[in-house]
Design a protein. Structure first.
Length: 80
């Protein structure tokens, strides 16, 4: 029997903050409005309480054409 762990997407918080501030989106409210998510969802993702799901990742990449996945997200974990 083998164990598997699924990869998890995490936000690169420092880079995310830097880029959002540069875009004049310094608050979760501003980011939520721009991305189409609730302020609570954005705050939970930024605090690491919730993992960024595929809809959030897609919204970020669609909304901010200058941001690549690897700029603000990282994948942790592997199948063993």
């Amino acid at each position: 029997m083998h164990s598997t762990s699924r990869p998890v997407i995490r936000l690169r918080q420092a880079e995310w903050d830097r880029r959002m501030i540069a875009k004049k989106l310094a608050t979760p409210n501003a980011r939520a409005e721009r991305l189409g998510f609730s302020r609570t969802t954005i705050a939970r993702i930024e605090k690491g309480e919730t993992k960024p799901g595929h809809e959030f990742v897609a919204a970020v990449l669609h909304t901010f054409a200058d941001i690549r996945f690897e700029d603000v997200f990282e994948v942790e974990g592997a199948v063993s």
